[in-house]
Design a binder for this molecule. Structure first.
Ligand code: SAM
Length: 222
């Protein structure tokens, strides 16, 4: 897949609708509420591998950096949707997995997978973080959320608040989002300020049939 591949394959109606959102939490929630039941089959049909690659990038970093046993390692999946990240983490024997999502119907499906210890629906990650989640996690993962019409790049700082010092943050940024939202500027700012270090970045990797994404792994410094 090339940088210009977005024009080569059209996403299906479910994915296309998600990409046409306007960043309003109310509209995002309304869209995913009605899409939830068909989400898994639609993203599978659209070749979505974002959740799998996000977990793969996390695993690589965890193998190099983490000193904590898999079973005790505390992970939060932000914008967990129907729980694809949790599924892949569980297959790797991680058990302490929390999830949260803006959309209640998505969160219910994630909970039903039986791989999350806790899933909280109705949680907007762009709003002040629940006190119990501040500096609470060894890693925060978020796949498919830094994408067109969803959350602004500054949401990365919200994820930073949730991890402990030394904790990992792993996100995907869809190709078009990265360009249109100037994600690189926010990335440079947090690296230059010393708040986060860049552990690894996988650029222009597969995401959906119609788009690539970048996958970013950060470590919280302060
Ligand atoms: C494309 S889905 C990705 C779901 C899942 N992470 C995956 O990889 O399949 C985007 C998810 O982000 C959630 N979302 C969008 N904006 C959000 C916000 N401000 N706070 C929390 N969740 C949000 C949506 O409800 C939806 O479930």
């Amino acid at each position: 897949m090339t940088e210009n591949s977005e024009t080569e394959t059209k996403p299906n109606a479910g994915i296309q609708g998600g990409l046409s959102l306007d960043g309003s939490a109310e509209n995002i929630c309304a869209y995913y509420q009605q899409w939830a039941a068909n989400y898994d089959s639609d993203v599978d049909d659209g070749g979505y591998v974002g959740a799998k690659i996000t977990v793969d990038c996390f695993l690589q970093a965890w193998q190099h950096l983490a000193e904590i046993d898999k079973y005790a390692y505390q992970i939060h999946d932000v914008g967990c949707g129907t729980g694809l990240v949790g599924k892949f983490l569980s297959e790797q024997d991680f058990t302490y997995i929390h999830g949260s999502d803006l959309t209640p119907n998505m969160a219910v499906l994630a909970q039903q997978r039986g791989v999350y210890q806790q899933v909280v629906g109705g949680t907007d990650i762009t709003q002040p973080i629940c006190p119990e989640w501040v500096s609470a996690y060894d890693a925060v993962l978020s796949s498919g959320v830094f994408t067109s019409g969803h959350v602004p790049p500054e949401t990365l700082l919200q994820l930073k608040i949730m991890v402990k010092i030394g904790g990992l943050i792993v996100i995907s940024t869809r190709e078009q989002y990265y360009k249109a939202m100037n994600y690189q500027q926010l990335h440079d700012k947090v690296i230059n300020s010393g708040e986060l270090t860049e552990v690894s970045t996988l650029k222009n990797a597969p995401y959906t049939n119609d788009s690539n994404a970048h996958y970013w792994v950060y470590q919280r410094v302060c």
